[in-house]
Design a protein around this ligand. Structure first.
Ligand SMILES: Cc1cc2nc3c(=O)[nH]c(=O)nc-3n(C[C@H](O)[C@H](O)[C@H](O)COP(=O)(O)OP(=O)(O)OC[C@H]3O[C@@H](n4cnc5c(N)ncnc54)[C@H](O)[C@@H]3O)c2cc1C
Length: 293
């Protein structure tokens, strides 16, 4: 089913995973997906790596989640390292396998590079990929957005213009970059609506798993750490279990605040660790997404 249709009926709860570096890691990712499948996600997604075999693992895990675990899926696709012909081959395989949803992204530069460089015959921006997908395929298509602005954008206004371009080209909905202060999300939605963006904007939430990792991710994504979280990250810097427990509590309150404010769904960045997201969902007791008795 297209996620657009799911969004018209309900407020989806969805989970994002990433592909392993080698094929040996595929069963672990599938296990994490099946551990969370008991919470009846409306869809799951698997990120697309910067090259090599992990891109094939993304496809494999996406298809196994759909066919073997019976979960609706959204395949991530990026402009990194593949030209249009190569991307068309991926899209044709996904289409033939019955995948109905794509999130069209530019992608992060491969490890070791700091700047995105389009490959010969490839796409420069997510909007170029999105336009190609919308013109040639029947997929439902999502796109990314950044409540605190994308790190490369000149300013928030220019960034929003490019998000609007993706929506005008046919993105059915947007999924946000991680943020730890809900006010950034609410302000972004207000600015997006004022700019004429009407599609659902689904918040992406990353529970803290350990302090160093959150500091690294936020510095890469340009997301701010609110003072109260900053203190907690310092407090639990050397204690991963306590940091994870704190992350469960923090994300529970963060998602409760978003959900109660009427967000159109929540997309959890699971990082292939099911423990935190299951505890958060146990805390929240969202109807339709509770642990079976
Ligand atoms: C929900 C979500 C899922 C993600 N999944 C993945 C994944 O699977 N794999 C992965 O590698 N990365 C993933 N990312 C990270 C993402 O690829 C990076 O943040 C990347 O740097 C930007 O991707 P984008 O699709 O937003 O690009 P774009 O929309 O192309 O934007 C990138 C930058 O270019 C600017 N821009 C856009 N269009 C134009 C234009 N026409 N002219 C000039 N400037 C322009 C934007 O303001 C922005 O600064 C994900 C991010 C999110 C939020």
């Amino acid at each position: 089913m297209k996620i657009k249709e799911i969004l018209a009926k309900t407020r989806p709860v969805s989970f994002e995973f990433f592909p392993p570096r080698s094929a040996d890691g595929i069963p672990d990712v599938l296990e994490a997906i099946s551990e969370l499948a008991i919470y009846s996600p409306d869809f799951v997604s698997v990120t697309y790596g910067a090259g090599g075999s992990t891109q094939a693992f993304t496809e494999e895990i996406t298809l196994q989640a759909k066919n073997d675990l019976g979960v609706e899926v959204m395949a991530h696709l990026t402009c990194v390292g593949q030209n249009q012909e190569e991307l068309d081959r991926v899209l044709a395989r996904l289409e033939a396998a019955g995948v109905e949803n794509i999130i069209a992204l530019r992608g992060d530069p491969p490890r070791g590079s700091t700047e995105f460089v389009a490959v010969e015959g490839g796409f420069r921006h997510a909007s170029d990929l999105l336009k190609h997908v919308k013109s040639n395929y029947e997929f439902g298509v999502a796109a990314a957005c950044y409540p605190e602005g994308h790190t490369e954008s000149v300013d928030l206004t220019a960034d929003l213009e490019y998000v609007k371009k993706k929506v005008d080209l046919g993105a059915d909905f947007l999924v946000t970059q991680l943020f730890y202060d809900n006010q950034y999300y609410f302000d972004f939605v207000d600015r997006a609506r004022a700019a004429g963006i009407q599609v659902p904007i689904v918040p992406g939430v990353l529970p803290v798993l350990n302090s160093a990792q959150v500091r690294r991710f936020t510095s890469l994504s340009g997301s701010n750490i609110p003072p109260q979280l900053d203190v907690l990250l310092d407090k639990y810097a050397d204690n991963e279990n306590s940091a994870r427990d704190m992350g469960v509590e923090y994300a529970t309150e963060q998602v409760r605040g978003l959900w109660d404010a009427g967000v159109p769904g929540v997309h959890f960045y699971v990082l292939n660790r099911s423990y935190s997201v299951s505890r958060i969902l146990d805390n929240l007791q969202i109807p339709g997404h509770t642990r079976p008795n």
